[in-house]
Design a protein around this ligand. Structure first.
Ligand code: ZN
Length: 450
């Protein structure tokens, strides 16, 4: 067992319980055995004790939108809109292979863990014909870091010749994409409550996927009991594409193809009118809010206050590292707060609500709220101990405010199912220099092949 003591604790439970000085006791089953103020009444012999003085313990952060492969193409198309950025990068991504994706995923997930993330999804939708098993490569990378992983089997089947945005050579045949998606679920998906690996179905976006693939992907996911994810309402260009191609808004299109429901979470949701927000709320459709990526691409800012007020499950996402080079989930707490306030004033979001988005909100998007997202007895021991007594944070007495308003905090300890993945700001299961070197080689080989 592990006992974290003498720490500030923000449980993010339904009552918002916090302890100025408290403890979390983690059982050998990888779940939380006790959490509270002061000291625990009984600590079994042999328990590892961790002194949390100067630290805040929160639930581990949940990343609800990412493209790990993009670590290999950071720093490109720096001043483009989404469509300009995509058309620059598609030809490069067409040369991806399993080694490049594995290297990028290792670097991306290692960096995420160091930023306080204990569960991440990944949206992978580029499957070059001779690229090898790229999904297996990123799953192996997640195992090597130790984070909980929800990769999605993405797809694109609408290329330029059919009116889509991607070039012909990066899309798949519709039936092949569906068959490969079903095979990925059969091979990898673990529905158990302790699951470290779940698959979701994720056609890429309205402008890169046919209507038939959207509809049949939804049918497949529901037949298999897995979740659905896609990009929606990210930019004005997409809105214009949907109006021209389908005669409706992106959310009306999603409704038409069976893509609203509590088993669906959508990336971005930036350009939503009142009726779209009401539809998402009424159907329980989630949104992965990616404020830094939206700002980097100049896509706009999501109406996150209104989404929350309509009961929409909202989580945070760093999005791919090529559209948001920081890729730091801890930093996204502040970006979400600032984005809400830049739209709606200083009352639009507080530090605790930002933390809820990054934890329980993300767990709801991924369908894991029963087991993740808050520090409650019986839930999985996925937690982060943030160091807040250094130069950057000391003197901010409200520790949740220090975490969200202050600079990104060092992760002193991150547990996934009670197992350490970060200790004293270092990865436990992998070496950051090795990850960097492998990713550097992958990036160079990808760029030089063009
Ligand atoms: Zn994305």
């Amino acid at each position: 067992m592990i006992l974290i003591e003498n720490a500030a604790v923000a449980t993010v439970d339904p009552h918002g319980r916090e302890h100025t000085t408290g403890y979390v006791l983690v059982g050998d089953d990888g779940r939380i055995a006790a959490v509270g103020a002061g000291r625990p009444t009984a600590v079994p012999a042999g328990t590892r004790r961790v002194d949390g003085s100067g630290c805040l313990v929160t639930p581990g952060l949940v990343n609800t939108h990412h493209h790990l492969y993009q670590w290999a193409t950071r720093g490109l198309a720096l001043d483009e809109t989404l469509f300009g950025w995509l058309t620059t990068l598609y030809p490069i991504w067409g040369r991806l292979d399993a080694e490049i994706v594995g290297a990028a995923a290792g670097a991306g997930l290692g960096w995420l863990a160091l930023s306080g993330c204990t569960t991440s999804m990944d949206h992978h939708y580029v499957f070059p014909r001779d690229g090898g098993d790229v999904l297996a490569a990123e799953i192996e990378a997640a195992r090597s870091i130790g984070v909980r992983f929800h990769p999605t089997r993405g797809s694109m089947d609408l290329s330029r010749k059919d009116g889509g945005l991607p070039p012909d050579h990066v899309v798949e045949d519709t039936d092949e994409a569906l068959a490969a998606t079903e095979a990925a679920i059969d091979r990898w998906h673990d529905p158990s409550p302790d699951s470290m690996l779940r698959i979701a179905v994720a056609p890429c976006s309205p402008f890169s996927v046919t209507t038939r693939l959207m509809e049949e992907a939804a049918t497949l996911a529901r037949r298999k009991g897995v979740r659905l994810h896609t990009h929606l309402a990210e930019t004005d260009d997409e809105e214009e594409f949907c109006r021209k191609q389908f005669g409706c808004t992106p959310v009306e299109y999603a409704e038409r193809v069976g893509w609203l429901g509590d088993d669906v979470w959508l990336a971005h949701g930036v350009h939503l009118d009142d009726s779209a927000i009401a539809k998402l709320g009424a159907t329980g459709t989630g949104v992965a809010h990616c404020p830094s990526s939206n700002a980097r691409l100049g896509a706009g800012s999501a109406r996150v206050r209104e989404l929350i007020d309509h009961g929409v499950p909202v989580g945070l996402g760093v999005d791919g590292a090529a559209s948001q080079e920081v890729s730091h989930l801890g930093a996204e707490l502040r970006q979400a707060l600032y984005t809400a306030r830049s739209r709606g004033g200083p009352k639009a979001m507080d530090a605790r609500e930002a933390l809820r988005l990054g934890t329980i909100g993300g767990a709801r998007c991924l369908g894991r709220a029963d087991d993740l997202g808050s520090l409650e007895v019986g839930k999985l021991a996925d937690l982060v101990m943030w160091r807040l007594d250094g130069l950057g944070h000391d003197g901010i007495d409200d520790k949740v405010a220090a975490l969200v308003f202050g600079p990104p905090a060092r992760v002193d300890l991150a547990l996934v199912g009670g197992r350490p993945v970060v200790e004293r700001g270092e990865l436990v299961n992998a070496d950051a220099d090795t990850l960097t070197e492998r990713a550097r080689r992958a990036h160079r080989r990808l760029m030089d092949a063009g």
